[in-house]
Ligand binder design. Sequence first.
Ligand code: GNR
Ligand code: NI
Length: 168
Amino acid sequence: MSLLPILTIPDTRLKTKCKPLANVDGRVVGLMDDMLETMYKAPGIGLAAPQIGLLERLIVVDVTDQRTEKPDPIAMVNPELIWTSDELAVTQEGCLSIPEIYADVTRPKMVRVRYVDRAGEVREMDADGLLATCIQHEIDHLNGVLFIDHLSSLKRNMILRKYNKARK
Ligand code: GNR
Ligand code: NI
């Protein structure tokens, strides 16, 4: 297991569409474990492969509270949203690739996701609440989309000015 450095904006790899994985082999399982370790250490509730510079369709999520609940790590290869609810939910989101910036994002409240698990089996999962939000945030990363891209250009530009000023 190893900790991996997390890329931050404006790294262009965060704006790139990632390629599907052909299969789940030892390399991919090793990456899942390294990404989970990196996510827990950050700490974060999700991590997508492009955030560690890998342009492949792989995400990990665990929305349990690390201090009070037992872990529930989930790794998904080639995840796809096969259904999203008409009902929407607003969640304050953050991103390890845009440190210390938070904003309300509106997304479908519930989703059904199809993916390949660490055993190479195709699975489907229904998600609601923070898990649904996190899965959508991570799949966005695989398409080169960041949570700030869901905001108005006025709001996004305000945030980017704030980020660049804090980063200077
Ligand atoms: O740690 C994270 N928290 C979070 C909070 C609300 C909505 C999405 C997230 S994901 C984020 C980690 C991250 O950047 N994943 O890509
Ligand atoms: Ni993120």
